[in-house]
Design a protein around this ligand. Structure first.
Ligand code: SAH
Length: 392
């Protein structure tokens, strides 16, 4: 096996089980690894530290094991078994009322570079590294062996694999195909999930718990679900007894999906309306009818150098909601930008409140759900931040 020796003292983060090796920490590579190969990482004296996938770029190795062991089909199957065990423990898998969950959350499941979401009998797998791409067949096979309900595995990595990697990137079913009896259920609600055309793996599983909380606040309220995508929050708001729900998204496909999901769950409702419009344009008109507003925008910053502008964007957006919401209203506001910290986001929302000159207090501080676990050695895995605010 190809070994990779670190510079003196550069082993410290690995001794603390952080799963990345940066290229600047490497002193010498013994051999010529191909991107995606399993390599052994050693300290400067040649002692074993970890095994991981070799990458081209600033992260040179993503660790898959801190033990000297065989990385074979059995190894990957055990990892999938472990991930599934946790989801069963959480009551998310094998439940009558829920069959929609994240099975693998990258570093949070000790599988850096891999995301798997399960929707009923179909798993959607996304590789972010060439190493996971190279392992896709073994992973797919393990998923159907381990999870009795899953019969199909769709691989969707065209846009998530490094663009420069000289590999064929093609989205396809690795096992099975389009399912006839497919029925995705989240907390007893039905959802259309379109992994072929939809964003990411087709559905934002990470807002499940936050949607449940929203449901509790919805009774009798006029709700605005801004950045609705598949209308998750809107469906929960209707079940919670909202008086009116408006869903807004700039994507026409998202609006179509939202309307389908409302019809699936509440075919007779006349309380919902969807608008294919830009958020800021929608807010530019006077919108004073809402007493509950949800703001769940896409990541405003994907890289560190975009943080300043992103914070301005969060401030501008939240200020619009604070300016327009009715007295004694409630705002659910989120950021899914991994490079923006909880404190930075809170500060942006604080500035927005001050700009709107409203009395605002924090009712809940929200995060990602338990099927998106954060590896304690990899705090970078914490990405979803939310605040529920009371606006006097
Ligand atoms: N709240 C959703 C997830 C939102 S994802 C859920 O619970 O599933 C972010 C959404 O914002 C995407 O659907 C995207 O189409 C939409 N979007 C991006 N830019 C926008 C803009 N300027 N105005 C309105 N919607 C926008």
């Amino acid at each position: 096996m190809i070994t990779l020796k670190l510079k003196p003292k550069k082993e410290e983060s690995l001794l603390r089980f952080h799963p990345w090796v940066f290229s600047g920490a490497i002193q010498h590579i013994n051999g010529k690894p191909e991107e995606g190969d399993i390599v052994e990482v050693q300290d400067n004296k040649g002692n074993f530290l970890a095994l991981g996938h070799y990458q081209v770029g600033s992260i040179a190795v993503r660790v898959v094991s801190f033990e000297k062991e065989n990385i074979n089909a059995n190894f990957w199957k055990k990892k999938i078994e472990q991930a599934y065990l946790l989801r069963k423990e959480l009551g998310l898998a094998e439940s009558e009322t829920n069959n929609t969950y994240r099975l693998v959350h990258g570093e949070g499941d000790n599988l850096p570079g891999l995301i798997v979401d399960v929707y009923d009998d179909t798993a959607v797998m996304q590789a972010h590294s060439v190493g996971m791409h190279a392992t896709r067949e073994q992973l797919a096979k393990s998923i159907v062996e381990v999870i009795p309900r899953v019969k199909n595995v769709y691989y969707k990595s065209e846009t998530t694999l490094p663009y420069y990697a000289p590999i064929e990137k093609k989205d396809m079913y690795l096992i099975g195909g389009q399912s006839d009896s497919f029925k995705a259920i989240e907390n007893g609600l039905q959802f259309e999930v379109d992994w072929l055309k939809g964003q990411k793996t087709g559905f934002f599983v990470d807002q499940r718990d936050n949607r449940s909380l929203l449901e509790k606040y919805a009774k009798g309220k006029n709700v605005l679900n801004m950045f609705c995508y598949t209308g998750g929050f809107s469906v929960y708001a209707l079940r919670g007894g909202a008086n009116l729900v408006h869903s807004v998204d700039s994507s026409a496909i998202a609006i179509e999906l939202t309307n389908k999901n409302i019809a699936k769950n509440f075919p007779a409702t006349d309380k919902h309306q969807a608008f294919a419009e830009d958020a800021f344009k929608f807010f530019s008109e006077k919108r004073s009818e809402y007493d509950l507003i949800i703001l769940d925008p896409p990541a405003f910053a994907k890289h560190r150098d975009a943080v300043r502008n992103a914070l301005k964007g969060y401030r501008r957006l939240n200020a619009k909601a604070f300016q327009q919401i009715k007295p004694n209203g409630i705002v659910f506001t989120f950021s899914c930008s991994q490079v923006i910290s909880k404190d930075q986001f809170r500060l942006a929302v604080f500035s927005a409140a001050a700009e709107a000159k409203r009395n605002v207090c924090i009712l809940h501080q929200l995060s990602q759900p338990a099927d998106h676990p954060i590896n304690i050695y990899h705090p970078e895995g914490e990405y979803l931040k939310g605040l529920v605010l009371f606006v006097e």
